[in-house]
Design a protein around this ligand. Structure first.
Ligand code: PHE
Length: 345
């Protein structure tokens, strides 16, 4: 190989040199510029050359040596890769991003959506105490003392002479509203409720409800069904349907469970709806005349409907949450999925 060819070969090698690590940079230096490196060897050979060759190639060799040196400096600074665009190394001294945006909890988000649907229909929002007396949680709602219906809701009792308990549903709030307000009454009561249940993927000892109540002259079961159909379509989309199955609650007569066509499979049958095509979303019924009377409302003049749903259940269907316990663990990997950036510090 002629000296000129060898120079051309090394020129190409230098131009294409790349290094990802400090070791590779050093390997380049040794191979080119080290005491036994290729460029150094070229200069050794140079000394033996004819004056004519020296004149012809000397300048090119100096340029090659400078190019190899410059390449080495560049690679040392970690800025070259295949001689192309600089590699982004990042600045380790840059301050870390401290502004993390939080988000509302999925239960809060869903509660707000449920409340908004009923507010648009003219419902007010009522609140009441979580530690409740027997009268408001049970008695006024037609649960006679010692009646087995109380077993439907496993109660956490509070040691107290008045027999207080953690409310098992927010129907207690509606009793308070009926006691203090003349019909027409149109109100919903969102809130936390407690039941002594073993904690599992499908049950928890506390959860959130939104219960609704409408009392006026001539309120009918058809209006109840229309209201709940509107609610389901507002939240889940116009294609969902509801159906009512006869059921029993001490405070409503007749009573029904409300099923909605499964939003996961569209009604064809899947694991979520246990192949039935329907998922249960709430309980409802016409307020029992005895309950109206207990709260000082004349059942001969007024009638009403009531319904109650679990917010966790609705959120589970909206967001496909597989395990109820996720709502309580405050794992940011779960919570961050609901953050829409609308809540900032
Ligand atoms: N209070 C019932 C419950 O906690 C729900 C319900 C409310 C049912 C109103 C019918 C009417 O399960």
């Amino acid at each position: 190989m002629s000296l000129a060819d060898r120079i051309a070969e090394l020129e190409a090698e230098v131009a294409q040199a790349a290094a990802a690590t400090a070791e590779e940079v050093e390997r380049f230096r040794v191979a080119m510029l080290g005491r036994k490196g290729a460029v150094t060897a070229l200069f050794d050979a140079f000394k033996e050359m004819s004056a004519e060759d020296k004149k012809a190639l000397g300048r090119r060799m100096n340029e090659l040596k400078q190019a190899a040196q410059a390449r080495w400096e560049e690679m040392k600074a970690g800025t070259t890769r295949q001689g192309a665009a600089p590699v982004q190394q990042g600045d380790p001294t840059r301050p870390v991003a401290t502004e993390q945006t939080g988000g509302l909890h999925p239960i809060t988000l869903v509660r707000q959506r449920i409340v908004r649907v009923f507010e648009r229909l003219g419902y007010t929002v009522s609140q009441g105490p979580e530690v409740e007396d027997d009268h408001h949680n049970f008695g006024a709602l037609n649960f006679p003392p010692e009646h087995p219906a109380r077993d439907m809701q496993d109660t956490f009792f509070v040691e107290s002479p008045e027999g207080l308990a953690l409310r098992t549903h927010t129907s207690s709030v509606q009793v308070r509203v009926m006691e203090h307000q003349e019909p027409p009454i149109r109100t919903i009561s969102p809130g936390r409720v407690y039941r002594n249940e073993a904690i599992s993927a499908r049950a928890h000892c506390m959860f959130h409800q939104v219960e609704g109540l409408y009392v006026d002259k001539g309120v009918s079961f058809a209006e109840l069904k229309g209201t709940l159909d509107h609610f389901a379509k507002s939240l889940f989309g116009p294609e969902v349907a509801i159906r009512l199955r006869p059921s029993y609650f001490p405070f409503t007569e007749p009573s029904a469970e409300v099923d909605m066509s499964c939003t996961i499979c569209g009604g064809d049958g899947c694991a979520v709806c246990k192949q039935s095509g329907w998922v249960e979303i709430m309980g409802c019924g016409m307020v029992d005349p005895a309950v109206l009377a207990n709260c000082g409302i004349d059942p001969e003049v007024y009638s009403g409907f009531a319904f109650g749903m679990g917010v966790e259940r609705i959120a589970q269907l909206l967001y496909r949450v597989p395990d109820l316990r996720l709502y309580w663990e405050n794992d940011v990997r779960f919570l961050a999925q609901f953050s829409d950036g609308s809540f900032r510090n």
